[in-house]
Design a protein around this ligand. Structure first.
Ligand code: HEM
Length: 275
């Protein structure tokens, strides 16, 4: 027995006219309250043939097509995101995964890279088909995962494609794009000050200056080690090789003056009673 054959007169009762006369396809215009009652009645019974016919009439293959397309788009984005290590949802491949990179395969097959400074310079991010490298203390790291920072226009692009070990300590990023660390300790050595220096005996002053230099060298070491370890221990960056240099490269370099910013930051020597 269908919902309309329950004997409920208020449901069966016609307010308007029957507009479709086939047995199971009858549509009756009902008043608001009658419609509500009808809805209640239908929901509490198994689906009528009418409902099934209505559902079949509603079916459109385009819904399935839309579903498949949506699934493909989301699936593709998810796959792209996974493969690009979270870099791209769109297969843009501006930063291809490492195994799509010739250099990565070369590194796997030939062992660690060994690049001269000229070769290293080609990996400064200006060519975005190449990985992005920086070097510190002669070790080359792949920093492609952080192009925002090290790529062109990034806040630390200055470190890309070079071994700027000196700059990591002096903070003179532009001037000190070199691994020549000679004389960097000066930045931590207190300035001579005749007013203060005369408060020491000559022997005391000599011993003090020796101590100051040792402490300064220790500070350079610690500052530098901080950054060297930062890259060495970073989960974001991978060591890919070493900078290739001549054995006596440093002797051939002209000695650098301490950059102005670092020189201006030198501390003042303290008087004996302040020590
Ligand atoms: C000798 C001094 C400094 C050195 C060698 C240095 C070096 C660096 C390096 C290598 C990074 C990138 C870290 C990474 O790969 O995740 C970085 C990030 C950052 N540094 Fe410095 N830094 C110095 C001083 C400063 C100072 C003085 C400030 C603030 C005034 C600063 C602000 C920042 C900020 C905001 C970031 C994040 C940048 C970004 O993600 O785009 N740094 N720093």
């Amino acid at each position: 027995m269908s919902g309309r054959d329950t004997g409920n007169s208020s449901v069966r009762q016609r307010k308007g006219q029957v507009s479709d006369l086939s047995e199971d396809n009858r549509v009756v215009e009902l008043s608001d309250t009658e419609e509500e009652q009808e809805a209640e009645l239908v929901s509490s019974k198994p689906k009528s043939v009418q409902a099934r016919v209505d559902n079949e009439d509603d079916y459109s293959p385009w819904v399935d097509v839309l579903r498949v397309i949506t699934f493909l788009i989301f699936g593709s984005c998810a796959l792209s995101y996974l493969i690009s290590s979270g870099e791209s949802f769109t297969w843009g491949l501006r930063h291809p995964p490492k195994y799509l990179n010739v250099d990565w395969w070369k590194a796997q097959l030939n062992g660690p890279l060994r690049l001269t400074l000229d070769e290293l310079a080609q990996y400064d991010g200006t060519d975005d088909t190449k990985p992005l490298y920086l070097a510190i203390n002669g070790s080359i790291y792949d920093v492609s995962s952080n192009r925002r920072t090290y790529g062109p226009g990034g806040s630390y692009h200055i470190f890309a494609g070079v071994d700027a070990s000196r700059g990591f300590v002096t903070g003179c990023f532009g001037e000190d794009r070199t691994a020549d660390m000679r004389g960097v300790e000066e930045m931590f050595i207190p300035l001579d000050d005749p007013e203060v220096d005369r408060l020491y005996t000559a022997a005391e002053l000599e011993a003090l200056k020796k101590e100051e230099r040792e402490q300064a060298e220790q500070k350079v070491y610690e500052t530098f080690a901080h950054w060297a370890k930062f890259f060495e221990n970073s989960a974001k960056y991978q060591k890919v090789g070493e900078v290739k240099r001549e054995k006596n490269w440093l002797e051939k370099e002209p000695r650098k003056k301490l950059c102005d910013t670092a020189a201006k930051g030198r501390p003042k020597r303290k008087a004996p009673e302040q020590k």
